[in-house]
Design a protein around this ligand. Structure first.
Ligand code: ZN
Ligand code: ZN
Length: 173
């Protein structure tokens, strides 16, 4: 089990050392039920931020500390001024962190890249991955369904946009 407090402390120091100004009040929470995303950043009405990190990142020994920190930093960068989307300044900061510390922080990271082929199921590998082009939300599906066939007609439950795009999922068999 990785130490979230230790890792978040390191991440905050690294981001600050890079000259990047993050939100002032940030709280972290482990999301044990997260199945479709590694992390999440929410801005509260009072201007503070809440970051959720998927429990699997901390629990699964196949996932490296570095990989876990990439998710934490990905979310920390969302607390920067004008950085709720994965474009513009957020992207610049992510590239800066990658350059300075050798990270591979990006919009969407697959399970394969994290070092786990598929943590959702030990039987069926993930075959279908959908990314919301508007907010970056990710959905995985193991088999064809009404959604996988008609995803263009569905809206994203996170941001409400009808902007799903289909991505190839790498598989190691
Ligand atoms: Zn993000
Ligand atoms: Zn969305």
């Amino acid at each position: 089990m990785k130490d979230l407090k230790k890792l978040t402390g390191e991440c905050i120091n690294e981001v600050k050392a890079a000259g990047i100004c993050i939100g002032e009040r940030i709280s972290f929470e482990i999301n044990k039920r997260a199945k479709t995303r590694w992390g999440l950043c929410r801005k509260n009405r009072d201007g503070s931020y809440q970051i959720q990190i998927a429990g699997i990142l901390l629990e699964d020994n196949r996932i490296s500390e570095k990989s876990c920190k990439e998710t934490i930093i990905h979310e920390l960068l969302h607390t920067c001024e004008g950085c709720m989307k994965h474009t513009g300044r957020w992207k610049q900061y992510a590239l800066k962190m990658n350059r300075l510390y050798g990270y591979d922080i990006k919009r969407v990271t697959t399970g394969v890249e994290k070092g786990v082929e598929n943590y959702r199921s030990s039987q069926l590998p993930v075959k279908y991955m959908f990314v919301c082009k508007s907010c970056g939300a990710v959905i995985y599906r193991k088999r064809e369904s009404r959604f996988t066939r008609n995803y263009r007609n569905y809206i994203c439950t996170r941001c409400g946009a009808a902007a799903w795009s289909r991505r190839k999922v790498e598989r190691t068999e």
